[in-house]
Design a protein around this ligand. Structure first.
Ligand code: GLN
Length: 198
């Protein structure tokens, strides 16, 4: 099974570790460049993207993350993780850094204060067996996407799940639902890349 790290600086790390194990991956937390170098793929969890980016800088992970993504490592980001994978951010803190990799502009906290948290059934391309339960917590959306980006799901006319090559992002939190199909999809993406490099 692929060794799938979870960026463990901030956010809902344990929930992703549990979901990955249930989906058939070998999960492990990643806090240091050496740990990042050892994994086949990585999950960037939900949390708070400005804090996460700041910590990634302090821990010396921003450049190694960009290098691994450039070399084709599969990465899945949920919510704050989706923001981290975006090339451009609207409504970010001044100077907010991201890792980038997905040619999209995300809007932070896009669904607005009155709807800080809600659940909705989301039809997700590539996931069979009916819609997934989308848990949206101060969630972003992708306001615009480049030609290489495939929109996998929309909610209210806004892109809330996208894929570009080995990079997958959802505005919602499947790790909070007990439904492991999104983590299974990502584990399959990781398995494919590992097999191709063997
Ligand atoms: N609003 C948060 C941010 O901007 C993301 C929220 C989440 O991950 N649930 O980083």
């Amino acid at each position: 099974a692929p060794l799938v790290g979870v960026l463990a600086l901030q956010g809902d790390v344990p929930e992703h570790l549990t979901a990955l194990a249930a989906a058939g991956a070998r999960p492990c937390p990643v806090r240091r460049p050496g740990e990042l170098a050892a994994v086949d793929a990585l999950v960037i969890p939900g949390g708070e993207s400005t804090t996460m980016a700041k910590l990634a800088g302090i821990f010396g992970l921003l450049e190694p993350l960009r290098e691994r993504i450039g070399a084709g490592m599969p990465v899945y980001g949920s919510c704050a993780g989706m923001i981290m994978l975006a090339d451009r951010v609207l409504d970010g803190r001044a100077g907010q850094e991201t890792v980038g990799g997905i040619d999209m502009t995300v809007r932070r906290n896009a669904f607005g204060r009155q709807n800080e948290s809600f659940e909705a059934a989301v039809d997700l391309a590539g996931v069979a067996g009916g819609p997934v339960e989308g848990v949206f917590i101060r969630a972003p959306w992708a306001e615009s996407t480049g030609a290489a980006v495939e929109v996998l799901a929309e909610h209210g006319g806004h892109a809330v799940a996208v894929r570009q090559g080995a990079l997958l992002a959802t505005a919602f939190h499947p790790e909070l639902t007990g439904d492991h199909r999104v983590h299974a999809l990502f584990t399959e993406m990781a398995r494919g890349v590992v097999a191709a490099h063997r």
